[in-house]
Design a protein around this ligand. Structure first.
Ligand code: UDP
Length: 325
């Protein structure tokens, strides 16, 4: 059995590729390296450099490598960029996902795992978020993800085709073995930024908003270690191979941590004060996003192993040190 991983040179993709290789699976990665890094694709995976919207290349890759399932990570993920250039996002995320699904149908691949996002839920939905909470994506990025979810639902109804959609909460940390990590140079994610500040590569950490309706006034998120998220993909793949019906799962721990909790974590790990500057809220940031992970635990037997915040931060700092050294 061979799995095609689109976007396998990216942050979550490369961790999932290592997860697959570590257990002896055959893997082929398709990535255009627009944001991914070739060196982060584990040795042992076949690599095809190309566009995930290239239908002929997709079908040839599927046939040449005997692919029988696809994990589709490739896509654009920067929310403000999607607001500035929505058509680029609908093109990269919706139109190209359509090509991936169409190539699967044409080449006889009947199983697909899709990367979605917690930002498909309505801002006022009850927390922690269950999968059935109301959807009201605000950004073109989040809408492009929900549109692709709908496409999968419709295709799953019309054809002999099953999928698992994984809605990611706040992904952080890096491979505990140091083989890969978050490499996007301008990433704005809190734990990545905090790691850069801890290493003196940024002068201070901005705290975006101290007047949220949360216990300490700062934004609350459900930070999940990327290795636990990669493990969820492996379980989803196994479930599809065992005949599980299509399903959608939230991927988070069900634990809310504030920006200040993360800052305290960084200070504990480094033993040093982290320079911070309190700023206004960042437009579009909801106060709280917490997953209800009961479905994925019950259905897939997902058992997170890297929940410790200090461990997440330690791995992020270790990667940051290695990546830019
Ligand atoms: N945040 C912050 N400073 C930063 C980056 C993020 O205070 O430099 C806050 C942000 O307002 C939110 C939380 O940290 O409350 C997580 O933001 P991130 O960009 O990591 O992920 P998001 O939830 O926006 O996808």
């Amino acid at each position: 059995m061979t799995t095609l991983v689109t976007g396998g040179a990216g942050y979550i993709g490369s961790h999932t590729v290592y997860g697959l290789l570590d257990r002896g699976d055959e893997v082929v990665v398709l990535d255009d390296l627009s944001t991914g890094v070739r060196a982060q694709v584990g040795e042992g995976a076949a690599f095809v450099r190309g566009d995930v919207g290239d239908r002929a290349l997709l079908e040839a890759t599927i046939r040449d490598h005997g692919v029988d399932a696809v994990i589709h990570f490739a896509g654009s993920i920067v929310v403000p960029e999607s607001v500035a250039d929505p058509l680029a996002y609908y093109g990269n995320n919706v139109v190209k996902s359509r090509e991936v699904i169409a190539a699967c149908l044409a080449a006889g691949v009947k199983k697909l795992i899709f990367s979605s996002t917690a930002t498909v839920y309505a801002d006022d939905a009850a927390q922690p978020l269950g999968e059935d909470e109301r959807k009201a994506p605000l950004s073109p990025y989040a809408r492009s993800k929900l549109m692709t979810e709908w496409m999968l639902e419709d295709v799953g109804r019309a054809h002999d085709f099953r999928y698992h959609i994984l809605r990611y909460f706040n992904v952080a940390g890096a491979d505990p073995k140091g083989r890969t990590g978050q490499s996007t140079p301008k990433a704005t994610h809190l734990i990545k930024r905090a790691a850069q500040v801890a290493l003196g590569r940024l002068p201070h950490l901005d705290i975006f908003g101290t007047d949220y309706p949360t216990p300490d006034g700062t934004g609350v998120r459900d930070y999940i270690h990327v290795t636990d998220l990669a493990a969820a993909h492996l379980l989803a793949l196994d479930a599809l191979h065992s005949g599980a019906p299509s399903a959608t799962y939230n991927c988070g721990y069900g634990r809310g941590l504030s920006v200040r909790d993360v800052i305290c974590g960084v200070e504990r790990v480094t033993g040093r004060k982290l320079p911070v500057v309190e700023m206004a809220r960042r437009p579009g940031d909801p106060p709280t996003l917490i997953s209800d992970p009961r479905c994925i635990k019950a259905a897939l037997g997902w058992r997170p192993a890297h929940e410790d915040l200090d461990g997440i931060i330690r791995s992020a700092i270790a990667w940051e040190r290695r990546f830019n050294s």
